[in-house]
Structure formats: structure tokens, C-alpha cells
Design a protein around this ligand. Structure first.
Ligand SMILES: Nc1ncnc2c1ncn2[C@@H]1O[C@H](COP(=O)(O)OP(=O)(O)OP(=O)(O)O)[C@@H](O)[C@H]1O
Ligand SMILES: [Mg+2]
Length: 509
């Protein structure tokens, strides 16, 4: 079969010396779902951004239908029918769905060039119907789910009649039960002739969805294989160059005394809505407690209350018998290691160097990091620290003096996780700790979390990934509409049971 798009000998070096894409040649066919997989930093996003005209490249050729093309900006790619949805959703939240979709390409009416509202809504509705997207064009984006917002992003591109759709980790923000619908919509698009290029770390999903899969490692293309002719183990092996074990290594472990507790925690919004409704639970030393739930059921508010970013309306929070409900954020950080969900906003300073980010909090808690009575940073200690952190958590970087933003998404997450795991705190709070990580790194992070449990630290993990919770958590709590509706022992429950609590807040026959 002829390739609709071919990338030939593409090379990309990020200055000064990061070889992100190393002589990659790959072809994509019309009407196929083609996944791109690979470790964090393998060059997946960069390769797709090159195709989309977002990142300039150093050498090689991009062909569309056999003809060489030169996209200088995304608008050039869109004009030729190639669109990309990034991991971060970029909609205007106060606008309605249809307004977001037509923005920049509005139908106009009359010679005055006024927006034809009626036609705009009709055009959007026609696209929604054509692709059987379950979405209301008149809904305000602010009020719809993350999954729906992602569909609006896709709709924006379909409205512009793209025939190639690039999706960079679209499922990492979705709840498990939102994924099948996205997949059936993507398959329908493919059957209508759209080429879908799909980046994901979730190998089960990749196998289920794709026709073909291209594996990248350290900037190089390793292979392109037919999904029907490969397996998860083979893909993982090609990605990371070694075998990956997909089963839990959670050994039986006695838990100790209570290390963390919330008592009757409440958070009431101004209009009376209970965002947190009487939350009481505890985590013991040497125990991993998981919180499952569809995103938006109070997990975010719970994390913010624990970390002191939001003041609860009532109730108490304790770490190791010490009440922390009124402590400042910095005082809490001495007791709590924290991996936030949104690493770019809360976990790091993106323009600061990798070194500065790695030592954050450590330099306040550990006197070895300063000299002259705390007046200046002990650069040698800091440098040794960042080097060993990068080594232990395999953070790939050209130099620790580079800005944090130069790290790939997964490497940013590994750096933050490493920094937090190395803090000498009794309690760990992790919100989506492995989101965006490759299989090898996930396995590594899980091992690290389990060894923290072995060291008798108390760990609370919030995750939208049920498989993750079943691998590492001793107990699973389910949040639904601001309440904890189930407290289950992992070994005595099932993914189906937890899933039903997540959706309905209770068990129904
Ligand atoms: N703007 C940039 N400046 C410098 N280096 C960069 C930049 N963007 C990416 N890199 C580097 O290029 C390499 C490839 O990054 P890329 O984002 O393409 O990886 P990826 O495969 O998408 O990884 P992930 O799974 O973590 O998203 C990485 O080493 C990364 O640190
Ligand atoms: Mg990426």
C-alpha cells in the first residue's frame, strides 16, 4: 500500500546538542490508525510536531501524496489537511462548544462580514452528527467533562476538514470508562478515511486501537509492526530494550501506627454545593491507600485541602498525630512529600534550571545544601544531588543547567517524583504519579513507591488508572460527588466493583 504521508530521514537537534529525532523514516497510510510509542524522551512528540509544522527540523523530507511539502507553521499543515491535538487542552472555557469550534474560521453573512451564528451552529451540529460525537454544540466548555473537551478539540480539526489527525496522549486525561467511546469514534473516523496518528504509553490501548505501531527509542525508529502481529511484551521489549514485568510485586506487609488522618473534612462552595462531604479516613505507616474516582469528584479539592492550598470549611487533618489543618504550606511540606497532578503549574518552576527544581524544598530542610550559615547555596552538594537523582530515576537530560522545560513530559515527572521520594517525610501524597510515563518508568516508580512502603512510610495515591491502584494499593477508597463511598481491601475487590462505585456511588444489581 502506498504511503499517504512519508517522513524521510528526519533529523532534529534541539540546540545546543539534544538529538531528539535521529534519521527517522516512517510512512503513514490513508485511513489507518498508526500509533507512535516509545520511552519518555524518545522523540514522539517532536516527530509529530515536525509533521504539524510546529517544530523546525534540520534535515530530511516530508512528503504528502508523494510531493515534498514544507510546513513553516501549523496553519500550513492544517491547510493541507493535517491537524494535531496537544495533551494540554487549549479551549476558551467561557465560550460555547460551537464558538470554540468555529473560532478563526467562522462562517460569515452579508457584505459586512458578520458572523452567521445560525449557520455556525448548524455546521457544527452537522459535524457532530456525521461523526456521531455525543456532544452538545450549545454547551459551555467550562461545564463539560475533560473527555468532552477533548472531543471539541478534535471537532475543531474535523470542522477544518483535516484528513490526518495527530493525537498526543489523548487518553491520559480520561477516566477508564470514557476511553471506549473515544476509541469507537476514532475507529469510525478511520473507516471514513481519516489517518489517525496516536501517541500513547498504554500498550493495551495501543494494541486495541491501532492498525500499525511504530516504536521509537532514543530518537531512532526501532520498527513499524502490525498490531495484529505483536504483543504487549514484545512492544515493551522494543521500547525499553529489556523485559518488563506487568504484575504486582506487592509483598504482604504489616502496617504500623496511624500516620495520616482526615476527620469530617468538609468543603462547601459558595452556592452550597458540597465539594467535600464529611471525608474521614486514615493511612497507616507501611500502607499504600489508593483513591479511585472519576475526575472531578472531589479528589482535586481533597489534595488542595491537605496541602494547604484551599481552606476547608470544617474538619481536621493530621499527620503523625500533629494537627496540620492550620499550618502554612511550607510547614506542611516538612511533613508531606507531594507529587501534584499538574507538574508544570504546581510541581516545578518551568523556566528555572533542572538543578534548581531538583533541590527545591530539599535546600530548605537539609543544612548540607547551604554554606555560610545558610546564606548561599552549596553548589557542590546541589550538583552531586541532582546528578544522583537523575541517575537513580533515569531522568534524561543534556545538562542540569538547562531549563526544566527542556525535559520531555515524562522526564519532568520523573524528576519531581525523585525529588519528593528523597525527602525525609513520614507521609507521601501523590496525585496521578505515573501519568505520562512509559512502561519501564512506571514499573520503576511503582517499585520505588513499594519500597517506601517497606520503609514504613504512609502513602496516599490518587489515580484515575485503576490498574495502577490494583498493582500497588493495599486499600482502595472510591470518591463520588465529594464523598468516600467505598473503602475496599484491594485483594478482596475487583476492577468491576470499583468501577461501579466510581460511576454510581453505590453498588447496583
Ligand atoms: N524545546 C525543547 N528544547 C530542548 N530539548 C527538548 C525540547 N523539547 C524536547 N526536548 C528534548 O528532546 C527529546 C525528545 O523529546 P520529546 O518531547 O519529543 O519526547 P517524547 O517521546 O514525546 O517523550 P514523553 O513520552 O516524555 O512525552 C527529549 O530528550 C527532550 O528532553
Ligand atoms: Mg511527548
Amino acid at each position: 500500500m502506498d504511503d499517504f504521508i512519508s517522513l524521510e530521514h528526519i533529523v532534529k537537534v534541539y540546540p545546543p546538542n539534544v538529538l531528539a529525532v535521529d534519521n527517522v523514516s516512517v510512512g503513514f497510510r490513508k485511513g489507518e490508525i498508526h500509533s507512535i510509542i516509545g520511552e519518555n524522551g524518545a522523540g514522539k512528540s517532536t516527530l509529530m510536531k515536525i509533521l504539524y509544522g510546529l517544530v523546525p527540523f534540520d534535515s530530511g523530507t516530508v512528503r504528502l501524496n508523494g510531493n515534498a511539502v514544507h510546513f513553516k507553521k501549523p496553519a500550513d499543515a492544517i491547510a493541507m489537511g493535517i491537524g494535531m491535538v496537544h495533551q494540554e487542552i487549549e479551549l476558551i472555557s467561557q465560550y460555547k462548544v460551537w464558538q470554540n469550534v468555529v473560532l478563526g474560521a467562522e462562517p460569515i453573512r452579508g457584505s459586512a462580514g458578520k458572523l452567521d451564528v445560525k449557520q455556525a451552529i448548524e455546521l457544527v451540529r452537522a459535524k457532530v452528527d456525521e461523526f456521531q460525537f455525543n456532544i452538545d454544540p450549545e454547551a459551555i466548555v467550562d461545564r463539560i467533562s475533560v473527555a468532552a473537551r477533548q472531543k471539541v478539540e478534535i471537532l475543531k480539526l474535523l470542522y477544518r476538514n483535516v484528513s490526518v489527525l495527530i493525537l498526543d496522549e489523548p487518553t491520559s486525561v480520561l477516566a477508564p470508562q470514557e476511553i471506549p467511546q473515544l476509541f469507537s469514534e476514532l475507529k469510525r473516523l478511520r473507516d471514513k478515511g481519516t489517518t489517525i496518528l496516536f501517541i500513547s504509553h498504554r500498550l493495551d490501548e495501543v494494541l486495541e486501537l491501532s492498525d500499525r505501531i511504530t516504536v521509537m527509542r532514543k530518537g531512532k525508529k526501532i520498527a513499524t509492526v502490525a498490531a495484529a502481529e505483536t504483543s504487549k511484551a514484545e512492544l515493551a521489549q522494543m521500547m525499553v530494550g529489556r523485559q518488563v514485568i506487568f504484575t504486582s510485586k506487592r509483598a504482604p506487609h504489616e502496617s504500623g501506627s496511624k500516620m495520616f488522618e482526615t476527620k469530617n473534612l468538609n468543603l462547601v462552595r459558595r452556592d452550597g454545593l458540597k465539594l467535600l462531604d464529611d471525608i474521614s479516613f486514615s493511612v497507616h505507616a507501611g500502607e499504600i491507600v489508593g483513591i479511585a474516582g472519576v475526575e472531578g469528584n472531589g479528589q482535586f479539592e481533597l489534595v488542595n485541602c491537605i496541602m494547604g492550598l484551599t481552606e476547608p470549611s470544617g474538619g481536621h487533618i493530621e499527620v503523625g498525630n500533629k494537627e496540620i489543618t492550620r499550618l502554612t504550606i511550607l510547614e506542611r511540606r516538612k511533613l508531606i512529600s507531594f507529587v501534584p497532578q499538574d507538574r508544570a503549574k504546581m510541581g516545578a518552576s518551568i523556566p528555572a534550571s533542572i538543578l534548581d527544581n531538583a533541590i527545591m524544598t530539599h535546600h530548605r530542610l537539609n543544612p548540607d545544601f547551604s554554606k555560610w550559615r545558610g546564606l548561599v547555596l552549596n553548589y557542590r552538594t546541589a550538583r552531586t544531588f541532582v546528578e544522583s537523582l537523575a541517575e537513580r530515576f533515569s531522568v534524561q537530560m543534556a545538562s542540569y543547567q538547562n531549563p526544566f522545560r527542556s525535559l520531555s513530559g515524562g522526564n519532568q515527572q520523573k524528576a519531581i517524583l525523585g525529588r519528593e521520594l528523597l525527602l525525609p517525610t513520614p507521609f507521601f501524597l501523590m496525585d496521578q504519579p505515573t501519568r505520562g510515563l512509559d512502561v519501564g518508568s512506571i514499573e520503576y516508580v511503582h517499585d520505588q513507591i513499594l519500597s517506601m512502603r517497606q520503609e514504613n512510610r504512609a502513602i496516599l495515591v490518587i489515580s484515575a488508572d485503576l490498574e495502577e491502584l490494583f498493582l500497588i494499593a493495599d486499600r482502595i477508597l472510591v470518591m463520588h460527588r465529594g464523598r468516600i463511598v467505598a473503602d475496599l481491601v484491594t485483594d478482596q475487590t475487583s476492577i468491576e466493583e470499583v468501577g461501579r462505585y466510581m460511576l454510581e456511588g453505590k453498588l447496583t444489581a
